[in-house]
Ligand binder design. Sequence first.
Ligand code: AN0
Ligand code: CP
Length: 315
Amino acid sequence: MKSFLHVSDIGDLKKALAEAAAVKADPYGWAHLGVHRTIILVFFNSSLRTRLSSQKAALNLGLDPIVLNIGKESWQLETRLGVVMDGDKSEHLREAIPVIGSYCDLIGVRAFAGLEDYAYDYAETVLQQFIDYSGRPVISLESATVHPCQAFADLITIEEYKTKPRPKVVLSWAPHPRALPQAVPNSFAEWMNAADVDFVITHPEGYELDPRFVGGARVEYDQMKAFEGADFIYAKNWSAVGAYGQILSKDPSWTVGRRQMAVTDDAFFMHCLPVRRNMIVTDEVIDSPKSLVIPEAANRVVSAQVVMKRMLESL
Ligand code: AN0
Ligand code: CP
């Protein structure tokens, strides 16, 4: 595997899920693979789960992780090409990336969408430079448009908890005080479309996701209707794509609570975390026995480990 951004990069999903189960059952079973190998994890943005689960996955494989927090420990990096560097950025990605590549075997990058320029974000301008200039396999640890390690962990979690061969999975927009990227819902949609589930997306009008990620999914603007008979509710806020990066609604009636969960088929509740309680989801729902947020986060080690394992095997 040369890079990990899309569901197509992992190949057959049944095989990937079987491999995830094997890695989870025997986390140290491939500890020889990473010996005398290094992964550099580059963070342009904050993280709790991705930072820790990626390091843990690397350690399980015998791989040495090095974390670099851009702008805090490194120089501030310029990411746009062709600019006069007379501002606060001391170094360009064009030099920094091959230097980072010369110190390691694999690279992970977290670089969120700026939410100002659709074309810049949706071209994956930062991540693509890592792919083009590092000479190393690159993992998106949430880049401008995708969060594949999260979506893979979500799929593993659904596989573990489903009680029907083809469960109904609903991705629901929920309110948030700040404008957030579309990476999590984009990847979730892409992976659910590829998986054997009945997938529905619900959001207020104006929050349509990019058609490349919506694919053939059913979109339902009535949240209560979308939730009917659901087996998994996946809540997430995102900012608008059309009116790029804008907050069009903070409607509290979309906060996932007992009212919506009551029309599901006793659905599980999922969220990638970090979550704003009583904005995205009520305390009652996230604290209920049907909430999967902790096992879902735990599966981030498993998804990252399968990806790093595949990359090490193909070096
Ligand atoms: C980020 C997002 O919505 O993309 C990270 C989620 C994993 N969330 C926040 O910034 C709160
Ligand atoms: N879900 C997730 O990626 O969390 P962090 O932003 O804390 O890494």
